[in-house]
Design a protein around this ligand. Structure first.
Ligand code: ATP
Length: 611
């Protein structure tokens, strides 16, 4: 039996969106085929014994083990009974065994898997240890042992397979449950005094439900094969009852003179298995858990540019360090593609400091990650050109997240990236010095000791106190500001032509923010490194940068100098709304702050406003 797939625990959609997604998936070719297959299987399971049950019992003693004929399409068995009628009659028992076994396996698995989240620690430890032991056994072997212990028969077969499936589902539920239990909303519920059981039912279960349902549908096919296999071995359904496995065993004796019964039964087993897999795949698409198909990738590549995309930049720089033309980032959302970055074009001059502002979700981070070739599948990054420091990153219209060779060396030594969250940007398992030294080892041709020496020197340059000692510490021993400076030290291992800083100060307190900004300014001045600085804080951008790109709904709507911005010469209504929303210290006490109304709709047409 195969292990359940470790699908991501997706946030559950609301009931209406869920229903809508399910209906639209059911109308897709996959959904239609899956529904037809499932309907056929259910009808056969319900109607089979009623319609063909009596015919299946009739034994024609003059027609034993006959081949296919007009009367008996799959021939007769050794007792002179019609194989097709028996096969159709056996559909109910075969399918029911698989479905019930899966239900038992999933239910038991979910209970065992989620116990550690709610039970006292000693119970959780005991359950974990038992699960570890159970998982060490191959599940089919476990099913054989259990069915021998329980005694052969349809009921014990169902229980045996269900019990054998449970450990794998328990592990899956535990993995999914633990990832949800660590999220902030669970912590918030705990702070509010919500009990553990209620947290489990209200917060954890709804968030792991979808991947479990998808796995259960696919797992039913595995259960069917296991049940058929055990019955085939004589450990499952016993005479006078019969399922496909037992029939397959009986048909084997005469397979060389009459292969039709074995082939027919194999076809039935494959049909049922494929049905369960198709249902699982359909649900996976409806719940947004699947990876997009190759056909979808191809369709995306053929997709024509949609209106509003901006192939021409709003301003052009001579000899830019970075030139971006018509950059688009698309992300799969179920069966369709969202385009959070809709064709942006811009230049950054050598040594220039350019800010990117825009509301949350406007595509600032995706744009930065895309130009640094950091985005990978399932995200799709296309562009006419992304030319960094004289090197074209676009090949075949696409920017790949997997760079190698000269390109990786160039990006590693000439481009630096400082991420928003200093707590996740460094590997917690490695010393900071080791991580900073990596660029020197990989691309600088330095020996291990020389790379370490340079890393210490770079940490010192970004004012990490006692750098030689600190280099041997782990990231958790650094403060947030020190981690951001360590990221800058990493960039300074090479000779960076561009430093992309994606909200590098958002997670820091004001004093540390100032230190980080001062360091960025120093790197720009001393090294001549251009900076692409992303921030929500338009005042900070105006004071630090010389030019601002304003992003709105995945496009650059205005590209203006900070002098124009400060002098109130912004022309796009969205830029003006951003400026007006900046709080002023000289505002009347008690006066309401200006804000951008939720759902406010601004034009996405860009304006040219550089003086
Ligand atoms: N890995 C991803 N897969 C799919 N969609 C994504 C991914 N990353 C971001 N998005 C979506 O793309 C859109 C733009 O995201 P992005 O992170 O670029 O926004 P942002 O402007 O940087 O926002 P913020 O200021 O909050 O960081 C958002 O709607 C986001 O949900």
């Amino acid at each position: 039996m195969t292990m359940p797939r470790d699908l991501p625990a997706a946030a559950p959609a609301g009931p209406r969106r869920r229903r809508g997604a399910l209906l639209s998936t059911l109308r897709s070719p996959l959904g239609i085929v899956a529904s037809l297959f499932l309907l056929t299987l259910v009808v056969l399971a319900v109607v089979g014994p009623l319609h063909w049950g009596e015919t299946a019992k009739v034994a024609e003693l003059t027609r034993l083990s006959e081949g296919p004929s007009a009367d008996h399409l799959l021939g007769t068995d050794a007792g002179g009974r019609d194989v097709l009628a028996r096969m159709l009659t056996a559909t109910r028992l075969s399918v029911l065994t698989a479905v019930l076994a899966t239900l038992i396996g999933v239910t038991l698995g979910v209970v065992l898997g989620l116990i550690p989240i709610v039970a006292p620690r000693w119970i959780a430890r005991a359950v974990n240890a038992a699960l570890g032991v159970a998982l060490a056994f191959p599940s089919l072997l476990l099913a054989i042992v259990v069915s021998v212990v329980l005694g052969v028969g349809a009921v014990s077969l169902t229980l045996a397979i269900g019990l054998a499936m449970a450990p794998a589902y328990a592990r899956l539920a535990q993995t999914l449950g633990s990832s949800v239990a660590g999220r902030d909303f669970v912590a918030a519920a705990r702070i509010l005094g919500v009990g553990r059981f209620r947290i489990l039912t209200r917060h954890v279960l709804p968030n792991v439900r979808d991947p479990l349902i998808v796995n259960a549908s696919i797992g039913a096919g595995t259960a069917l094969v296991a049940a058929t296999g055990l019955s085939f071995l004589g450990l499952g359904v016993q005479a006078p009852r019969y399922d496909w496995g037992r029939m397959l065993n009986e048909s084997l004796e005469g397979i060389f003179v009459n292969a039709a019964p074995s082939l027919g039964l194999a076809g039935a087993i494959v049909f049922a298995g494929v049905t369960f897999a198709l249902v699982g795949e359909t649900l996976s698409r409806a719940f947004g858990l699947h990876q997009p198909s190759r056909r979808l990738w191809r369709r995306l590549r053929r997709r024509p540019a949609s209106p509003g995309e901006q192939a021409a930049p709003l301003s052009v720089v001579d000899d830019p360090v970075l030139r971006v033309r018509d950059l688009k980032v698309s992300a799969p959302r179920g069966d369709w593609w969202a385009t959070p970055v809709r064709g942006v074009s811009f230049d950054i001059g050598r040594g220039e400091v350019v800010g990117v502002v825009g509301e949350s979700g406007s595509g600032k981070s995706l744009t930065c990650m895309a130009v640094a070739a950091l985005l990978e599948e399932p995200l799709e990054v296309t562009a006419d050109s992304v030319c960094f420091d004289g090197t074209e990153l676009v090949a075949g219209g696409r920017v790949s997240g997997q760079t190698s060779g000269e390109l990786a060396r160039r990006l590693g030594t000439r481009m630096g990236f400082v991420f928003q969250d200093p707590s996740t940007s460094l590997n917690p398992a490695l010393h900071v010095g080791t991580q900073v030294a990596e660029v020197g080892l990989l691309h600088g041709g330095l020996s291990r000791s020389a790379a370490h020496e340079r890393a210490v020197d770079r940490l010192d340059a970004v004012r990490i106190p006692d750098a030689a000692r600190r280099a041997h510490q782990y990231p958790h021993e650094f403060s947030g500001g020190m981690r951001q400076r360590a990221m800058m030290a990493m960039a300074l291992m090479g000779e960076p032509a561009l430093l992309i800083a994606d909200e590098p100060t958002t997670a820091l307190d004001v004093t540390v923010q100032r230190e980080v900004m001062a360091l960025l300014a120093e790197i720009n001045e001393v090294k001549g490194t251009a900076v692409l600085f992303v921030s929500h804080d338009i005042t900070l951008v105006a004071s630090f940068c010389t030019r601002v790109l304003v992003m709105y709904r995945g496009a650059i709507v205005e590209d203006l100098s900070t002098a124009d911005l400060a002098a109130g010469r912004a022309q796009h209504p969205y830029t003006r709304a951003l400026v007006e929303a900046v709080p002023h210290l000289d505002a009347e006490p008690g006066a309401e702050f200006a804000t951008i109304a939720e759902g406010a709709d601004f034009p996405t047409e860009p304006v040219r406003s550089r003086s």
